[in-house]
Design a protein around this ligand. Structure first.
Ligand SMILES: *Cc1c(COP(=O)(O)O)cnc(C)c1O
Length: 502
């Protein structure tokens, strides 16, 4: 299997190269040239396997330039019971809520308590093997722009991994106190963490710019370094996410909630469009899906896109209680447009150029129609997010984080509007303890005024009895190691400084 750039069909690379490079030279994203097709018999086989064995089967169908031993090594190192609390890193918890059964796919049992661990625990292993195959001897410099969760997950995945350096940029006022604390306390000798004065889009734009700044690239090259990416533009991030949707489908069959072949609905709290795109790619492989429900917070650029076919980022950026979804440029949408346009690289590049120059684009009528058939887009206000947390807790004894609450709220509205009772899987993307302040204020029905983040954690634990995840507990007594705050324009210099090249 080869991978093609969304913006140049002549740019064709192996999976190892796609992962090592992160992004195509002209700025496009790599997409597999076809999707492996899983029929009923393949699913029958998958039903009998555990998570790790399912992952090995799916990864091996995409990473055809890796040996079975290499893939097994990556998977077995990533998804251990030690790191994810059990042998199933992505368990489903079913709750009755407002007359519907919600099958909540908890993706946050990893070392940083957000779903990003599902990909970022395995990416370093995939990347170091990819580097060996394509750029032996080079050191990969991982640049990350984060809205909070990716940063910590990437730091945990890459810290002290040989032949890698990792530098994380986050918006100084755009992440939760716990997220900031988690990042700034990361150990390891190859890590850098820096806040920028700006929002997530500024951080992401800054990182993308560094990737294509000749002066920085050549400084790296002459020192045996090369850039790579741990953001969800990297194929090595998306692929492990396909696994948990297929695995969840199998678990739904095994639990007797659906029969093999039945369709499900999938609800995803969405920011950069990576997680929901992975679900769509699972459908492209043969997993039966009725509807993808794309849930946004007040930054509802995707809701508008799905409903109108016009993407317009020229709007106010709103800082919300679900900060990991505070995004106006959803990078992975580019991959969807490429696939839905029939792999039309010129058309896709045209949309992306328009986005860069005018901040907006409108897709063809064909794409618009297909998007509406496949996806339902909705959004949830701040007030609705907190009300959903409180009502989910009161009526179903389920404590959800703010992002998952957005998904549940948008799903509620979808069912009310359509009456569609297809069995549903809802992606739950973070532990409620990552966003304790907002979650506790929802549960208590009043603002939380404590200064100390762990005082809030303790109160929530006392009130709900829900255990504090061990990895968060472990950061309680750690001192911050990082405190730099810079202007986005200074990001290239900062990177060179970190690497000792300036
Ligand atoms: C990253 C993140 C999201 C958004 O996921 P995308 O793949 O960017 O759409 C949602 N919730 C949480 C908790 C996250 O960390």
């Amino acid at each position: 299997m080869m991978y093609t750039s969304t913006q140049n069909n002549n740019e064709t690379v192996s999976s190892a190269q796609a992962i090592a490079q992160g992004i195509s030279r002209e700025g496009g994203l790599f997409v597999p040239d076809s999707f492996p097709q899983y029929d009923g018999i393949t699913f029958e086989t998958l039903l009998k396997l555990d998570y790790r064995e399912r992952a090995k089967k799916i990864l091996s169908d995409y990473l055809t330039d890796f040996t079975a031993e290499e893939i097994a090594d990556c998977v077995d190192k990533a998804y251990t019971a030690e790191k994810f609390g059990s042998d199933n890193p992505a368990p489903i918890v079913s709750v009755d809520y407002k007359g519907n059964e919600l099958n909540i796919l908890e993706l946050w049992h990893g070392p940083t308590c957000a779903f990003k661990d599902m990909a970022l625990q395995i990416l370093p292993h995939l990347l170091t093997k990819s580097l060996k195959k394509t750029a032996d001897g080079k050191i990969a410099v991982i640049l990350v722009a984060t809205s909070g969760d990716t940063g910590k997950a990437a730091l945990e995945g890459f810290k002290d991994v040989d032949n890698t350096e990792i530098i994380v940029f986050y918006p100084s006022d755009g992440v939760s106190p716990m997220q900031k604390h988690q990042m700034n306390t990361t150990g390891g000798n190859n890590v850098g963490v820096c806040a920028i004065k700006g929002n997530f889009d500024d951080a992401q734009t800054g990182v993308k710019k560094i990737f294509t700044t000749e002066e920085v690239i050549s400084a790296l090259e002459s020192n045996g370094l090369m850039f790579s990416s741990a953001n969800s533009i990297n194929w090595g991030r998306l692929l492990p996410q396909i696994v948990y949707y297929i695995s969840a489908y199998c678990d739904m069959v095994n639990a007797g909630k659906i029969k093999l072949g039945d369709k499900i609905n999938i609800v995803v709290p969405t920011g950069n469009f990576g997680n929901i795109l992975a679900a769509y790619f699972a459908m492209c492989m043969g997993m039966p899906v009725n509807k993808f429900i794309c849930a946004s917070n007040s930054n509802n650029v995707l809701t508008d896109f799905i409903n109108t076919g016009s993407y317009n980022k020229n709007r106010e950026f709103i800082t919300t209680v679900s900060p990991s979804m505070d995004i106006l440029v959803s990078s992975n949408l580019e991959r969807l447009l490429y696939v839905l346009s029939g792999r039309n690289d010129e058309e896709t590049a045209g949309y992306m150029t328009a986005l860069k120059t005018t901040g907006e684009y409108t897709v063809s009528d064909e794409i618009k129609k297909t998007v509406l058939e496949l996806f339902s887009g909705g959004f949830c206000s701040e007030d609705e997010t907190l009300k959903t947390i409180s009502s989910l807790y009161d009526s179903a004894s389920y404590l959800s984080d703010t992002h998952t609450a957005v998904a549940v709220n948008v799903y509620d509205k979808y069912v009310a509007q359509t009456g569609d009772k297809t069995p549903v899987v809802i992606a739950s993307t973070a532990s409620p303890y990552k966003f304790s302040r907002a979650v506790l204020s929802a549960v208590e029905g009043q603002p939380v005024t404590d200064d100390d983040e762990f005082a809030v954690v303790d109160r929530m634990n006392a009130k709900t009895g829900v255990a504090v995840p061990a990895p968060l507990e472990a950061t309680r007594t750690m001192e911050d190691r990082f405190s730099d705050v810079i202007e986005p324009d200074n990001m290239p210099d900062y990177v060179l400084g970190c690497l000792g090249l300036k």
